[in-house]
Unconditional design. Structure first.
Length: 685
């Protein structure tokens, strides 16, 4: 208030000028106050604006990272740091849901601190904190709530274990922010402050939003985990599938090699009678059996914990279903070899109980192959191969067997690998020869052709086909070998034809064609090319296929055979009677002749039932207009019998063993005048 104004109004009467001045001064005063108020308002508005912009930026930063990242922990790390620095908290800490205990939380090992030494014990305790799942009668801890909670005075909190250390650190208030995925609390961010701040609703809302954004990262991670789990789980049995098994074993193997530990032992389990169940009781029954098997195996693995005193590593057993009726166990730990074999024994035992299916008692057994790591293995696939080989060995011994892969089997594998390698080289170098075994018309004993039989010149040794054809078939080398045989036989046919150009019908060389060679899509094409290249007439060539080729792909086989016959190449079914093909199936395979397997003619007496089988085969073949060749003729008796039965052709040691090309050529030029007996020309079988 103006001093002059006061004095001027008393004790003297106010003049008009004084009055005017006083008015002006009052106005000035009002304006100054208004300006001060306006300045104060503007200042606080700016501050609020600044604060809310910082909060929005904070939320933005967290949201952007949450949207980009698929790692929730990385986003939590960023969030705790940003919230502490933006809002001025000296310490922030992260808890995550305990994966093993539903409802419980534990420290995530993520925090941010800008504190003095006295806070260290509190920080340490916060890094180790575990919060049990709340019981029904327990008051809800702030960490378990679905919304951010501001606790202005930590001392008022019930059951806050770190209260004493918080006081030591001079922390007064606490803020918890839940990270929610749906209604699940995935994590909690806790912040501590030294002043007892008042709750701010707007800030709590920003933090709630931040928590929800981070929760989205957890949700995406769970979704990805579920997808991965379903890609690694067998839907029928719920067991880990082949991919999971491969991941597991590769991981263990790598780790063991890195640490010089032995790799886990492997069990390959294959059911024995499973195909029969599927075929006779149907696929649904088969599925039930597999589910039952999976349950039994699961039970064994979990029971293994019961003998934990002997085996403290039972939990290191991993079960998987590889495919169909194949299961595996990965057995780890120091006792792995003993334990693996014990599992094998228990599996056989547990399968003893038959299972009832549609009132049928079904009892399946298993064949088990075991491979232990004895330090030999450099790759996991070698170990898998050995467990598999051991399993096949177990199968070949009969049902319900376990075979542990051993040194002897390893040697066999090794020599098999060497054999296949050498065979491949032999194919490239053409280290083979063909021998030719005469085939005669039984009634006249006239030569009608030869069967080409391959031998391997392995160094100085002549190796018979029984020792390498199977390996060649399995490894695929047979396709190369088969082409070599066909080319050589065609060249021989051309040379022989020049010796007896007018011979009618011409001599025919029969070739053995393995299923794998025959089933190649380009087989007929190959035949055409070789005929063109060598100039051989297709009538000079015959092909022998086995029943297995004919059965594997009947439609394909029929088409190929028709094409061959259209080329004028004769086709025969070799080793007839040893395979699965029924006589009636013969009608559906377009062939010219069958070759009755030698095992049928080895019997000597007329009373033997096998002779009647041979007779029946002949009758049926004739009814189907097929000619019959019999192989393995060794005695006059057999020849007489078969001739009497009306068998057209014969081949066997009685007439001749397989001959070299030169000996065979000599025979073609000058056939014997009397009965065809070439015993003196023997060169071995
Ligand atoms: P296969 O086709 O059944 O050939 C007949 C086998 O019986 C030949 O054995 C032959 O020497 C033998 N043999 C012939 N007559 C008699 C006899 O009177 N008594 C006895 N005990 N045996 C007789 P080889 O030459 O050892 O051939 C064995 C098998 O190897 C052949 O059986 C055939 O399946 C296969 N093979 C031979 N050469 C080839 C070939 O070039 N390719 C393919 N894929 N397989 C071939
Ligand atoms: Mg043959
Ligand atoms: Mg045969």
């Amino acid at each position: 208030m103006n001093q002059l104004g006061k004095n001027a109004s008393w004790p003297f009467p106010e003049s008009p000028a004084d009055e005017r001045i006083a008015q002006l001064e009052r106005r000035l005063e009002r304006e100054r106050r208004a300006r001060q108020e306006a300045e104060r308002l503007a200042e606080s508005g700016l501050r609020d604006l600044y604060v809310s912009r910082a909060r929005i930026e904070l939320l933005n930063g967290i949201s952007v990272r949450a949207n980009e990242s698929d790692d929730p922990l990385e986003v939590l790390r960023l969030a705790v740091r940003e919230i502490c620095t933006t809002l001025g908290f000296p310490f922030g800490n992260v808890l995550v849901a305990d994966p093993d205990i539903p409802g419980a939380m534990r420290a995530a090992g993520i925090s941010f601190a800008r504190t003095c030494d006295s806070a260290q014990p509190f920080i340490k305790a916060s890094h180790e904190v575990r919060i049990a799942a709340p019981t029904d009668d327990q008051a809800e801890q702030p960490v378990m709530t679905q919304v951010p909670v501001w606790t202005p005075d930590i001392d008022t909190l019930d059951g806050f274990d770190r209260a004493r250390l918080a006081r030591l650190a001079s922390f007064k208030s606490m803020l918890t922010v839940p990270v929610l995925s749906g209604r699940d609390v995935e994590a909690v961010l806790e912040f501590f402050s030294m002043d007892q701040r008042e709750p701010e609703l707007e800030l709590l809302d920003v933090l709630l939003q931040a928590g929800l954004q981070i929760g989205g990262v957890f949700r995406r991670r769970h979704h990805a985990d579920r997808l991965r789990d379903s890609a690694l789980t067998d839907p029928l049995t719920g067991l880990p599938n082949r991919a999971a098994f491969a991941q597991n074993i590769e991981h263990s193997f790598r780790e063991c090699r890195a640490t010089n530990e032995p790799a886990p032992s492997l069990l390959f389990i294959d059911l024995d009678g499973f195909k029969l169940v599927n075929d006779t009781l149907g696929h649904q029954a088969g599925d039930r059996l597999l589910i039952d098997m999976a349950d039994k195996l699961r039970m064994l693995v979990s029971n293994a914990n019961a003998f934990e005193d002997e085996n403290p590593f039972a939990s290191n057993v991993k079960l998987a279903r590889l495919a169909g009726d194949e299961f595996t166990l990965i057995v780890d730990g120091p006792d792995r070899t003993k334990l693996a074999e014990r599992f094998a024994a228990e599996i056989h035992l547990s399968l003893r109980q038959p299972q009832w299916m549609d009132n049928n008692p079904v009892r399946v057994t298993a064949s088990i192959g075991v491979a232990h790591d004895d330090g030999h293995y450099t790759t996991v696939s070698d170990m898998l191969r050995d467990a598999d080989l051991a399993m096949y060995e177990a199968k070949s011994l009969g049902s319900e067997r376990t075979v542990v892969f051993d040194q002897k089997m390893r040697n066999n594998v090794q020599s098999r690998l060497t054999l296949v390698n050498d065979l491949r080289t032999a194919c490239e170098n053409g280290d083979f020869i063909l021998h030719y075994q005469p085939i005669l018309a039984l009634d006249t004993e006239q030569l009608v052709g030869f069967e080409a039989l391959v031998r391997w010149k392995r160094g100085d040794v002549i190796v018979p086909p029984s020792e390498f054809i199977a390996a060649a078939e399995e490894s695929g080398v047979i396709t190369l070998l088969g082409q070599w045989v066909m080319r050589e036989a065609c060249k021989t046919a051309v040379r022989w034809h020049k010796l007896v150009p007018d011979r009618e019908p011409p001599l025919r060389i029969s070739l053995n064609v393995a299923p794998r060679q025959f089933l190649q899509p380009t087989f007929v094409q190959q035949v055409r090319e070789i005929l063109n290249e060598t100039g051989a007439d297709p009538r000079w060539i015959g092909i022998e296929i086995t029943e297995s080729a004919a059965i594997t792909k009947p439609h394909h086989t029929a088409r190929v055979l028709e094409e061959l016959r259209a080329l004028n190449i004769q086709v025969g079914l070799d080793d007839f009677g040893t395979g699965y093909s029924s006589l009636s199936r013969l009608q559906t395979i377009p062939i010219d002749n069958i070759k009755i397997d030698q095992s049928f003619v080895r019997t000597q007496t007329r009373t033997n039932a096998q002779w009647s089988v041979v007779k029946a085969m002949l009758d049926l073949a004739h009814a189907l207009q097929l000619r019959v060749v019999v192989e393995g003729l060794e005695t006059e008796f057999q020849r007489e019998e078969l001739t009497a039965f009306g068998c057209e052709y014969g081949q066997g040691y009685l007439f001749s063993k397989p001959l070299t090309e030169e000996d065979a050529a000599a025979l073609i030029v000058a056939p014997p005048e009397g009965p065809f007996r070439q015993m003196e020309k023997l060169i071995g079988g």
